[in-house]
Write a protein that binds this ligand. Structure first.
Ligand code: ADP
Length: 526
């Protein structure tokens, strides 16, 4: 019999990639459609849920056509999505406004007000409650970017929408609703709503005290399920639209950091991956819940049973390149056809490879939208430093790639402290990890071998497919990890490493000196 397949959907911030993946981790076909991010005045960042759905349908159609496989081979559909978005929906699952994405900071003031009000909630001491909440929730600090803040923002600013909200869904939950008609949240998608007790990772539950403190009615939260649960079957209209079997299973799936860790094959404790997408992170499975508030690193619930996922997250990585492409080098009207999008990044790579390591002293700060780790600071912004007349377009592009890597280097010590051991290697995944030049820059800047996944762009989709096969009891995570394929390993060049040690010193000095200035210029509160 032909090998079974999963239709795996990876909805990131920049677009939707869908792939047909076999149990052995082979990607038979994949397709991509961009999705617009609407940046609004006042720290807003929205997307239109219907755009996600249309991108999902279009990419699913394309891969099924390309692969030309019979519908009977598709055992399940499973999604991996950007986390921390919030979509208020009515009883029919229809969004009542645009989705508030993980980048949206407008809820900070409402969250601050709510935290202050905790003292009045059944007499709780806000400090004690905050500490307890961190303990239960696991994330390092409350943030205006969390769904907890988004929901309060909607409650305060759009009371009618709040009143009409039947459920608040995360991005993953929304796609699962569209696929199955069921309102569920996964153990990982719910975490930054701050209403679950995550102390026992195999028994994540809503907690009454946290629900009360959240300021949101308990019945507006969906039912909780583990990531590997089969949550239902495709709705008949969706199955028909995609030409898939009625009765095709839908597995709950996971948010992107958990799916990426599985797709990267980094299952063993402390075995770390580096995600290089719109944002970036270092992630590694760990056996226990732990939080380092000072460096903003936390172990959070994930798709692998009995494990937490250590997450050290940076807000800006590949978006520095997309910013350059879309806002600086091309006027919107002249923007290259999105189909050619990967080629633009290949041109950047070729250009950057021509410039010597160190970018002739040009330093780039990649903080386009504040930063999270190792310093939580919404007010930080990007910039070129030490720019001189003899620098060229080429130098600027290389400096941007190096700046993102220097920012990641900043996380390495806190990550090693968190894990209690030295990193010996990082597996690079995500769109940015397709760049050989960037992988080498990371190896040199971090002083670590960088192992490039065979298909870095597909890590989340492969992770989602493995989650589905595990949910269908056709695979276990250890077997999935053992079949990971790599394209190359980049060893650090020690001459470059020494040079980048100096750049790193200047980079952290730049932050230390500029942070107070940015705080004056861009103060955003909590
Ligand atoms: P997300 O899902 O987080 O939106 P992706 O994993 O799709 O992100 O990666 C998108 C990012 O990958 C882009 O912002 C771009 O910077 C980067 N990228 C894609 N292709 C290349 C390439 N060939 N070289 C360098 N960067 C690339």
């Amino acid at each position: 019999m032909d090998e079974q397949l999963v239709l795996a959907v990876d909805l990131g911030t920049s677009g939707c990639k869908t792939a047909l993946v076999s149990r052995s981790g082979t990607v038979l076909a994949w397709a991509y459609r961009p999705v617009t991010l609407h940046l609004l005045d006042g720290a807003g960042a929205e997307q239109v849920p219907e755009d996600w759905w249309q991108a999902l349908l279009a990419t699913a159609h394309e891969v099924l056509d390309k692969a030309g496989v019979s519908a009977s081979r598709v055992a399940a559909v499973c999604c991996s999505t950007q986390g921390e978005g919030t979509i208020p929906v009515d009883r029919e699952g229809i969004p009542l406004m645009n989705a508030i994405t993980w980048m949206d900071m407008r809820g900070a003031a409402s969250l601050r007000k709510q935290v202050r009000g905790w003292v009045n909630v059944a007499g709780y001491d806000p400090l004690k409650l905050a500490r307890w909440l961190r303990l239960c929730g696991g994330a390092p600090a409350l943030s205006g970017k969390d769904p907890a803040a988004h929901m309060l923002f909607i409650r305060d600013m759009y009371p009618q929408v709040y009143h009409n909200t039947y459920k608040f869904l995360n991005v993953l939950d929304y796609l699962n609703f569209r696929l199955t008609g069921r309102f569920v949240a996964t153990h990982d998608s719910i975490q930054t709503s701050w209403v679950t007790d995550n102390r026992d990772v195999d028994r994540i539950r809503y907690n009454d005290k946290l629900l009360q403190a959240s300021g949101i009615e308990a019945d507006k939260f969906p039912e909780l399920v583990p990531c590997t649960e089969v949550i239902g079957v495709l709705r008949a209209d969706v199955a028909n639209a995609l030409g898939l079997r009625r009765g095709t299973a839908v597995v709950a799936g996971a948010i992107d950091n958990s799916a990426a860790a599985i797709g990267a094959g980094t299952l063993a404790d402390g075995d770390a991956h580096l995600y290089l997408g719109t944002s970036s992170w270092i992630g590694a499975h760990v056996p226990q819940k732990k939080t380092d508030i000072s460096a903003m690193i936390a172990a959070i619930p994930c798709a692998v049973p009995s494990k937490y996922l250590m997450m050290a997250m940076q807000t800006s990585a590949g978006n520095n390149l997309s910013f350059l492409k879309e806002k600086i080098l091309y006027h919107q009207d002249e923007l290259l056809n999105e189909e050619q999008l990967p080629d633009v990044y290949k041109i950047f790579d070729r250009i950057a490879a021509k410039v010597p390591a160190g970018s002739q002293g040009l330093l780039y700060a990649p903080w386009l939208y504040g930063e999270r780790c190792p310093v939580e600071d919404r007010s930080l912004r990007g910039g070129l430093f030490n720019l001189s007349l003899d620098h060229t377009r080429e130098t600027v592009i290389r400096a941007i790639l190096e700046g993102v890597a220097l920012n990641t280097r900043w996380m390495v010590d806190p990550v090693q402290r968190f894990l209690g051991r030295k990193l010996d290697c990082l597996t690079a995944v995500g769109g940015g990890a397709t760049s050989n030049v960037w992988c080498q820059i990371f190896a040199d800047v971090l002083g670590l071998p960088i192992r490039q996944l065979a298909e870095p762009m597909q890590a989340n989709a492969i992770g989602a497919a493995y989650i589905a096969f595990v949910g269908l009891r056709q695979l276990d995570f250890a077997t999935a990890a053992a079949q990971t394929r790599y394209r190359a390993t980049y060893q650090p060049n020690h001459v470059h490493r020494n040079l980048y040690n100096d750049s790193f010193g200047a980079f952290t000095e730049l932050h230390r000196r500029l942070a107070p200035l940015y705080q004056r210029l861009n103060h955003q509160g909590l």
